[in-house]
Design a protein around this ligand. Structure first.
Ligand SMILES: Nc1ncnc2c1ncn2[C@@H]1O[C@H](COP(=O)(O)OP(=O)(O)OP(=O)(O)O)[C@@H](O)[C@H]1O
Ligand SMILES: O=C(O)c1ccc[n+]([C@@H]2O[C@H](COP(=O)([O-])O)[C@@H](O)[C@H]2O)c1
Length: 204
């Protein structure tokens, strides 16, 4: 999706990476808050292909996670979804996500990579960590149950942002479905319907 350029000239593009298994309102509120705070032209949601740090459990098929992300973001004209991570073979590294997104959007875009407090805290252990900060500004959002802090990222390349607290996680949504408990209002209505239609998460 390409909106008109922002008044400052450069497009401001948020990148919200996640496994989105399933996508929930915590993800959507984080993206919306960062978009408002930084006056972003667009937020691109990027579902992971092979989230190597979640290899200890069964991750749902990439196409199911991609379709849920499309369904959840469809009503917001500034939200879009990219297949770059699910179409790239091998483990998903954010360095590749940011290289691909910068190639697609070109030098006239400033990228803002959006994370929750847990992901931000782990960032220095990510692949090619030192190079990540040349490609994007990082935004860490508060998340209940996690302490938000700058783990020592380069000066001026990270912003910590307080957002409305939503104590929702994909793991808890999956567990609730497996136990026959409702997930209405934790995720968008279309996601409840998609999970039922595809029979996802029925067996814990
Ligand atoms: N409730 C929330 N509030 C703020 N940020 C969140 C919230 N849930 C997830 N995030 C952030 O969204 C990104 C993608 O998260 P992910 O798809 O792994 O969801 P998750 O709920 O953490 O999943 P799981 O429970 O399976 O580990 C991460 O940066 C994570 O920190
Ligand atoms: O680049 C890495 O080494 C790396 C390691 C773990 C997570 N990430 C990214 O962090 C984002 C959130 O990941 P996750 O596993 O919490 O859904 C997603 O975009 C992942 O690709 C990236």
């Amino acid at each position: 999706m390409m909106n008109a350029p922002s008044v400052q000239g450069k497009r401001r593009v948020g990148v919200m990476g996640g496994t989105f298994d399933p996508i929930h309102h915590g993800h959507l509120v984080a993206a919306s808050e960062v978009a408002h705070h930084f006056q972003l032209d667009e937020v691109v949601f990027v579902p992971t292909g092979r989230p190597y740090q979640k290899s200890g459990r069964d991750v749902s098929a990439a196409e199911d996670r991609y379709l849920m992300t499309v369904i959840a973001t469809a009503s917001n004209p500034r939200f879009s979804v990219s297949r770059v991570d699910i179409d790239r073979p091998g483990p998903t590294f954010t360095i590749d996500t940011l290289r691909d997104i910068s190639r697609i959007y070109g030098p006239e875009a400033d990228l803002f990579f959006i994370t929750g407090a847990d992901a931000l805290g782990a960032i220095l252990g990510w692949q090619n960590a030192e190079e990540l900060f040349e490609l994007a500004h990082f935004v860490g959002c508060t998340r209940p149950g996690h302490t938000l802090h700058d783990p020592g990222l380069p000066e001026g390349r990270v912003t910590l942002l307080e957002i409305p607290a939503l104590a929702i996680s994909s793991s808890e949504c999956r567990q609730r479905v497996a136990k026959g408990e409702p997930i209405w209002y934790l995720v968008p209505d279309g996601i409840v319907q998609y999970i039922n239609k595809r029979g996802l998460y029925q067996s814990g």
